[in-house]
Design a protein around this ligand. Structure first.
Ligand SMILES: Cc1cc2nc3c(=O)[nH]c(=O)nc-3n(C[C@H](O)[C@H](O)[C@H](O)COP(=O)(O)O)c2cc1C
Length: 245
């Protein structure tokens, strides 16, 4: 068709393009980010570095530019101990969902580094924040929570680029967590993170190495135009550069 751009033509250069090294660095951070719970070392995190992580989180996309997040920076050991108790109790409860070999494997997993990491962060969502005047939330009010998750991911990727590990702890008694951190009723704690330097970044997710779960083939998850329309040939074209096919 006249005027149609062949599929393999690179897009025109625009102001602000990333160099190929910068592009590689972005993908590297994405692929080498890990959830860390067992490789923390106690070295302190300089304030300037922690500040950059929080600034990265604060530059996340947010619905209507609502910026619904707040950040509780937790260094005090007594508070981390109290949160660790919230984890232990919730983890006992969670373990009951499994039995037999799976229970034994669950019990062998380390699922939080609350006491090992020098800094813990609680990232919250203020669902009543007036910034943005509700733009984008009329159809789905939960988009403020999704926005907060975007802030977590920004921080997680920036941390990888700073050689800092981050572990997300969601196995918690959230009522007790609220009490420990004195979080008001109207504020939702979305993420509790453990942050610190690490002895290594494992190449694979720790749950994969432990035999708990594997990464699904991306091709299994791609549909064309309608749910359920899957196509191996079109997958092959899309995924040739990813190493999957
Ligand atoms: C919302 C959320 C909650 C999570 N909660 C926990 C948790 O409580 N304990 C844990 O060990 N890992 C937790 N994780 C980490 C995942 O297990 C981890 O991301 C996944 O196994 C993939 O590994 P990777 O992050 O190293 O790629 C959580 C991750 C997300 C996104």
């Amino acid at each position: 068709m006249p005027g149609e751009v062949p599929a393999d033509t690179p897009p025109p250069a625009v102001h602000g393009d990333f160099s190929s090294a910068e592009r590689r660095a972005v993908y590297r951070a994405i692929h080498e980010r890990r959830d860390i719970r067992s490789h923390f070392v106690p070295d302190p995190i300089p304030d300037a570095v922690l500040g950059r992580l929080l600034d990265a989180a604060h530059h996340a996309p947010s619905v209507g530019f609502m910026q619904p997040w707040d950040f509780i920076v937790i260094r005090q050991e007594s508070i981390r101990r109290a949160v660790h108790e919230c984890f232990l109790e919730a983890n006992l409860e969670a373990a009951r969902a499994y039995c037999g070999e799976q229970r034994a494997l669950y019990d062998s997993l380390k699922l939080a580094g609350i006491l090992d990491a020098p800094v813990n962060l609680c990232i919250t969502c203020d669902r009543a924040r007036s910034l943005g005047a509700g733009l984008g939330r009329h159809s789905d009010p939960a988009t403020d929570l999704y926005s907060t998750a975007c802030a977590v991911q920004n921080l997680w990727l920036a941390a990888r680029a700073e050689s800092l590990g981050v572990g997300w702890v969601s196995i918690l008694d959230f009522d007790r967590l609220r009490a420990v951190l004195e979080i008001p009723e109207s504020i939702v704690p979305v993420a509790y993170l453990c942050v610190g330097y690490v002895s290594e970044f494992p190449a694979k997710p720790q749950l994969e190495t432990a035999g708990w779960e594997h990464r699904e083939k991306l091709g299994q998850l791609i549909h064309f135009d309608r749910w359920g329309c899957q196509d191996k040939q079109r997958n092959a074209a899309l995924l040739a550069a990813t190493g999957e096919v």
